[in-house]
Design a protein around this ligand. Structure first.
Ligand code: ADP
Ligand code: MG
Length: 589
């Protein structure tokens, strides 16, 4: 894949324009330091010629001091240039990292199912790292090296036209050769980045699953796979490096030939009396100096090659759009009514069209309809895999149904702004993700506008003040992902939901892993949480749906029963009554 030059400019403009001043300063310093490089040999040449002409000691000392001064100044300039280019590079790449992270966070769940967290980390960090040089010094180094090359050539022409012509031919050949070798490299570097992302993706998976892996003694298999993934990477990396190395070898050989040329021609011209000894020195020094810009060009081109691969991947990533776009409708205040109208949903985006019954067979929900009035509590029961969690995901609009409509407060979810929608629904699931942060930040999600007073009120309303009092540092207690019990984690999740003041609360098997004491605590908290709100309680156990006004029994994505709890209890033939008689655990799990 080839990148349009426009893409380079877009990237550079977007991330360098905000730091125009720093970029200018950096360029100035770099160019000044490069041009000083040309001055050093001129001083030595003056010195040598003066020596030959029989100049006195004071002149020699003066040229020595001048030489030291020029060299020192050049070093100072290049330190400054390095400082500023690092600054520019870090500012630009951090911004790019932030943009990529924000972009990834708003992508659909189907994208995140297809890409592991480790792979995404590699893309947000690894790919962006490769771009650091591109942002900071690439252009300046390129332009600077080209200027230095031209400066050398002009100086040589000025000395002697014959020499100038020979040098020009030599530089042209060298660059052509390097360009030829360089061109073949980009696809190899791209493949290298790909392998690297896979590799880190795999490591990420392994570390996310350490507990399960250890429990099932799967270490040897995991490590074996680790080697396989690494093994696939290494020939690719080898190829890419060989391309890079070949460019360097070509450059070194070319430079050796250049030096031979300079010695030969310099000697000949000196003997014929066309140039002075100082001039011979100048030619030799400049030839040696040619190595630097050619080497810089080589490194920059190799960096660009790696950057190219990263730019392609970064652009691919940014080009992925969320399939879910919202509208401008508002949701009503207060408790929200819920309606599923003939919803058919499948996780597979495009069911194979040639297949008979395509889409229906793979569907998780089949023309499912349900209605729940504002303020009512619905208990949902059903076997594992019957589609209970899918109901919750559709309400959150993590996916859109293929047929039918989901409405909240009478508004089709597709017409509501996504963030507004999600702000009005609270979800508590079995596995609560906790951050390595204080209890406060874990409840507020780092939103500093939520005051402690409000937090304390919420915890008190949920009946959690005694629990809070047990914690060593109250709201400041650091919460590592392992230090809370499953039940306590769920209490944190309840507080998170409560603080949003949602119009609809969904509990997805939230209480299925709790010890009786915490469950009692949770129960009391729920009394408060559900007041004045619509709620959907997805449960494994009958006890959990005791508080429900209505019961829905799902079977393979279809509604088996939906009635008020009293009605179902009164009806001896209802499935619900049967379940109560046999005990839910045996029937549903
Ligand atoms: N992200 C997903 N991608 C593909 N299929 C899924 C996904 N999540 C769930 N399913 C499938 O959808 C069906 C219903 O799952 P789910 O709603 O989680 O059931 P429940 O919560 O009732 O146990 C199951 O057959 C499951 O395999
Ligand atoms: Mg589920």
């Amino acid at each position: 894949m080839k990148i349009p030059t426009r893409a380079y400019w877009q990237l550079l403009q977007r991330y360098l324009a905000p730091q125009r001043g720093a970029v200018l300063l950096m360029s100035g310093l770099l160019l000044a330091s490069i041009s000083l490089q040309l001055t050093g040999p001129q001083v030595v040449r003056l010195f040598l010629d003066a020596l030959q002409a029989g100049a006195g000691i004071p002149l020699l000392i003066r040229s020595a001091l001048l030489f030291i001064g020029v060299t020192a100044l050049q070093q100072v300039l290049s330190v400054g240039a390095t400082y500023w280019s690092e600054r520019v590079a870090w500012t630009a790449t951090n911004q790019l990292r932030a943009d990529l992270t924000a972009h990834l966070l708003q992508l659909d769940p189907s994208f995140h199912t297809a890409h592991t967290p480790g792979e995404l980390i590699e893309r947000v960090d690894g790919d962006v790292n490769e771009l650091a040089g591109f942002f900071s010094s690439f252009i300046v180094q390129l332009v600077g090296s080209a200027l230095l090359l031209m400066g050398v050539l002009i100086a040589v022409y000025w000395l002697n036209v014959q020499l100038g012509l020979a040098f020009t031919a030599f530089v042209g050949l060298t660059l052509g050769l390097m360009g030829r070798v360089w061109q073949g490299g980009t696809p190899h570097w791209q493949a290298d980045r790909e392998c690297s992302a896979n590799f880190y993706g795999y490591i990420g998976e392994v570390f996310t699953a350490t507990e399960d892996l250890r429990a099932s003694n799967a270490m040897p298999y995991v490590l074996r796979r680790f080697f396989e993934v690494g093994q696939r990477w290494w020939p690719v990396r080898l190829q890419a490096s060989i391309w890079g190395q070949s460019v360097m070898n070509a450059a070194i050989i070319a430079l050796a030939m250049g030096e031979a040329l300079a010695y030969g021609m310099g000697g000949k011209l000196y003997w014929s009396g066309a140039i002075s000894l100082g001039a011979v020195y100048l030619v030799l020094a400049y030839t040696a100096m040619l190595g630097a810009p050619i080497e810089t060009l080589r490194i920059q081109l190799q960096d660009l090659q790696r950057a190219n691969a990263s730019i392609i991947r970064v652009r691919e990533l940014l080009a992925i759009r969320s399939k879910l776009t919202g509208g401008a409708e508002r949701l009503p205040q207060g408790a929200l009514g819920v309606e599923f109208h003939a919803v058919t949903f499948s996780y597979q985006e495009q069911p194979a069209p040639h297949h008979e019954n395509a889409g229906v067979e793979q569907a998780v929900l089949h023309t499912l309809s349900l209605a729940l009035k504002p303020g009512r509590v619905l208990g949902v029961l059903g076997h594992t895999g019957s589609g209970k969690t899918t109901l919750a995901r559709l309400l959150f609009r993590l996916y859109d149904p293929q047929q039918g409509a989901v409405r909240l407060g009478g508004v089709d979810l597709r017409d509501v702004q996504l963030s507004a929608l999600r702000a009005r629904i609270g979800l508590v699931t079995q596995d609560v993700q906790l951050f390595e942060a204080s209890l406060r930040d874990n409840i507020t999600f780092f939103d500093a506008t939520i005051t402690d007073a409000r937090l304390l009120t919420v915890l008190e309303q949920l009946g959690l003040q005694t629990w809070l009092a047990q914690l060593p540092n109250g709201l400041d207690t650091p919460i590592a992902s392992t230090s809370l019990s499953a039940g306590e984690a769920q209490l944190v999740a309840l507080a998170r939901v409560f603080i949003k003041n949602p119009g609809l609360v969904i509990l997805d098997e939230a209480s299925s892993r709790l010890d009786p004491a915490t469950e009692a605590l949770l129960d009391r908290a729920l009394d408060t949480l559900l007041q004045g709100r619509t709620a959907i309680i997805i449960a494994h156990r009958l006890a959990t749906v005791e508080r429900a006004d209505e019961i829905l029994i799902l079977e393979q994505g279809r509604v088996l029963e939906q009635k008020s709890r009293q009605q179902l209890v009164a009806d001896p033939n209802s499935r619900f009554t049967q379940l109560r008689r046999i005990g839910l655990a045996e029937v549903l799990v």
